[in-house]
Design a protein around this ligand. Structure first.
Ligand SMILES: NC(=O)c1ccc[n+]([C@@H]2O[C@H](COP(=O)([O-])OP(=O)(O)OC[C@H]3O[C@@H](n4cnc5c(N)ncnc54)[C@H](O)[C@@H]3O)[C@@H](O)[C@H]2O)c1
Length: 470
């Protein structure tokens, strides 16, 4: 083993491209011509898939219809792709699949609808590309598992975080065995007061729609740990609460009268003014009249039923333990992962936004991980570092390839896998519905544990599928 850096190096600044640039077009074209795709849920997240289908992957994929209840959002994407595609309401999903000969649907609807949309699409004869989380509860897992078993159809889970070069690098380090067998993982994720706050403005704030952040957000993180360790979670204990956002906390901290929504509120760093972003205005403000969906509710308003501080303990089948925490009101955004093994330890540190500094109008980029062009910010610069240290040896820095575009270049590689088919990937990044169940199950069990105060065995959740061995 080489030791390239006896002293821990500072976090490397992430640049757009670099000498170790990850190729995002390595995959070969899928055989069989262009597959007919429809988008179900034409909101914010769908654009990544829409752009991929009509752009980079147009030779293998075709966009043929929308299933979207809001006409303003469907019209927005018609204009975006420069064509008027047939539109269908949610209850006409099966009709759309039949009439438009849809071979595959891309599902980017709110989390609580996933189980219904996915199982119906499979039954109607389409394969599915599904945004995380798989679903929000055990009944949803059962419904999707049953539909997969019944139809034999394919569900691709788009766990894009796996594809971030830094997360792939940690998987590589663990898989080489350089730190031995993993005994425990410590994983802290901090969401800042802009990005973290955003989960408290719309449907995510309602646990019956998102499953709370332990399902909605942490399913990314639990999937990473499952995949890093190539292991299966077995038991979960969780504790947490709503301690910062929400009307009761605002009252307790004497925050005074609050606006009901961000649009029009002046000089409030917690307010999201939809008019400041033409895309947000078109997708949500201009679409409100059709469904009353408010994208910019006050994060200190009533009706929030999700937690903003969560701590979780997870046991794994082969004996490792995960200690995990998620905070949604941090002054900086990023994460730290420590993996202890029988031969040493690996430590991944990532700063996605070192400090939140809104512009003169009080606005800041909502999701710092989705914006590759970052600047250094004071003593906590945007950057990433993966240190590996074996027992009795100096630490060294494991190189992280630089990717182009959002999520550290991960999204581009993911899309190539989704639309052209995963090639022989030694990292095994492509994910299916069982990976989705394994990730969502940790959050679902965590929610149950938070409610009961007791640990929960995943085998007792009745997920409709055996989580399997590693
Ligand atoms: N992987 C990631 O990094 C990432 C990032 C953002 C969102 N997401 C996921 O993408 C999904 C969508 O999130 P979003 O931010 O785009 O939400 P959104 O609210 O902006 O969009 C959802 C769209 O679905 C439509 N819709 C609601 N119910 C429907 C139904 N039954 N059938 C068809 N359409 C329906 C809504 O009208 C809306 O246009 C969520 O599951 C979320 O977890 C993933």
């Amino acid at each position: 083993m080489t030791s390239t850096s006896p002293a821990p190096a500072p976090l490397a600044t992430v640049t757009d491209t670099g000498p170790d640039t990850v190729s995002d077009t390595d995959s070969a074209a899928a055989p069989g011509g262009r597959r007919r795709h429809a988008v179900v849920g034409a909101g914010h997240r769908s654009q990544m898939y829409i752009d991929a289908i009509v752009g980079e992957h147009a030779e293998v994929a075709e966009l043929v219809a929308w299933c979207e209840p809001n006409p303003a959002r469907a019209a927005y994407y018609d204009a975006h792709v420069g064509a008027q595609l047939p539109r269908y309401q949610p209850d006409a999903l099966e009709q759309m699949i039949a009439e438009q000969q849809v071979e595959r649907v891309v599902v980017a609807t709110p989390d609580h609808t996933h189980a219904d949309v996915v199982s119906r699409a499979l039954d109607a004869g389409a394969d599915v590309v599904l945004e995380k989380p798989l679903t929000i509860d055990a009944a949803g897992c059962r419904r999707i598992s049953d539909a997969v078993a019944r139809t034999g159809r394919d569900v691709v889970m788009t766990f894009n975080y796996r594809y971030s070069p830094r997360n792939s690098a940690l998987r590589e380090v663990i898989a080489t065995g350089v730190i031995g067998d993993v005994t425990s993982v410590h994983f802290e994720w901090a969401l800042d007061t802009v990005h973290g706050a955003d989960y408290f403005r719309r449907w995510h704030r309602d646990k019956s729609k998102s499953g709370g952040l332990l399902v909605h957000k942490s399913s990314h993180h639990f999937d990473l740990v499952n995949w890093w360790l190539d292991d299966v979670p077995t038991r979960v204990f969780a504790s947490g609460g709503l301690r910062f956002y929400g009307d009761e906390n605002a009252r307790a901290r004497s925050l005074g009268p609050r606006p009901t929504r961000g649009t029009g509120a002046v000089g409030d760093p917690f307010a999201l003014d939809l008019r400041a972003d033409s895309r947000l205005a078109a997708l949500y403000l201009d679409a409100e009249e059709h469904d009353g969906y408010l994208r910019d509710q006050d994060v200190f308003g009533p009706g929030i039923t999700i937690e903003d501080n969560m701590s979780v303990l997870v046991d794994y089948q082969r004996g490792a333990t995960l200690t995990y925490s998620l905070n949604a009101h941090s002054p900086w955004e990023g994460y730290r992962v420590t993996v202890n093994g029988t031969a040493g330890r690996a430590e991944l540190e990532v700063v996605e936004r070192g400090a939140v500094q809104p512009d003169a109008d009080g606005n800041a980029v909502l999701d710092p991980s989705a914006t590759p062009d970052r600047v250094d910010e004071g003593p906590r610069p945007h950057g990433e570092r993966l240190l590996v240290q074996r027992h009795w040896a100096q630490a060294y820095e494991h190189p992280i390839p630089r990717g182009r575009g959002s999520h550290g270049g991960g999204d581009a590689i993911l899309l190539a896998d989704v639309f052209r088919g995963a090639q022989d990937d030694p990292l095994g990044r492509a994910a299916g519905y069982l990976d989705g169940v394994r990730a969502a199950a940790v959050g679902i069990a965590g929610n149950q544990s938070m409610a009961s105060g007791l640990p929960v065995l995943l085998a007792d959740l009745d997920l409709g599928v055996d989580l399997g061995g590693a």
